[in-house]
Design a protein around this ligand. Sequence first.
Ligand code: SF4
Length: 345
Amino acid sequence: MSVERVVLAAPRGFCAGVEKAIKALDWMTRIFAAPVYCYHEIVHNRFVVDHFRSLGVVFVDDVAEVPAGAPVMLSAHGSPPSVINLARRSGGTVVDAVCPLVTKVHHELKVRARKGYTVLYVGHEGHEEAVGTMAVAPESVHLIESVADIDALGDLPGPFALLSQTTLSLDEWQDIRDYAAQRFPDIWMPNRSDLCFATTNRQAALRAICATADAVIVIGSANSSNTVALVKVAEAAGCPRVLRVNGAADLPDDLSGVVALTAGASAPESIVNDVLAVLDPRDGVEVHSETVEDEYFPPPPELREILRSLAALLDVALQTPTTSSFDGQTDRDFTAAQVLATSFR
Ligand code: SF4
């Protein structure tokens, strides 16, 4: 390995939605005795999932597997209404860690369906976010993965609306959006696309650095949609070598020249540091910052309620009102990276 320089994209790694989900599940493991259940991987990253497994979290792909009365968290990708209802009927505490930007798309779909629209939803078949969103109004929505899917729709009743998964690559979205607008000139779509700020920021930062790199490394899992989108961005920019790695152990030993490095929204910064240590660039690391993200999403409302109740109980027990009341600041005071550092507990 003879890497000359690493250009590190910023922002990269954890977004506000992933921060919220990881910290919420951590709160759950502190409040409840194991096992705490989680419907689907809390975020698509093996390191994160393994961390929570080590704390006694049991991940299930069918909410019916959660024993009656057990606490359960629903993943950041958003869950179908039937899953949320089934979880709530099981009698245990249910905390929904859905990202608010996914909830926004659920709401758009609900409203358009109620108004009689035929909704084209651009997303990836089988991805949890797409499954959860389309389940909000299955009778009104059609999954679109390519322009060919639009042609295959046949004669459908209008009016039409166009929504999307939050984590697509910008090119993928724009191609389909342009074709849909040409085919259905009056199609409704949100003022800003459903692609979230974290997706577009990470792609913009990578696009700015990858064209001149000898290789691009994207850290993240194969089932992470925004990670795969980053790979597509680098490939579309013509980078000669684009690699997706789960961690430093996946790095090939023949990298050389300038390496552009980024991480998907569910990949921890600790893995970025591991990768940098192995790359060991001769001329150091240069950070290219496209923008600064300062978004913060508070814990899910059900969890805030539990934390407030616990804080109030503590106040009574200690007879020290106001010292432990939960006002949300407690959650802001630590990061998901700290949660994942074993030394933090
Ligand atoms: S990638 Fe976007 S939609 Fe997904 S959790 Fe992060 S902020 Fe939310």
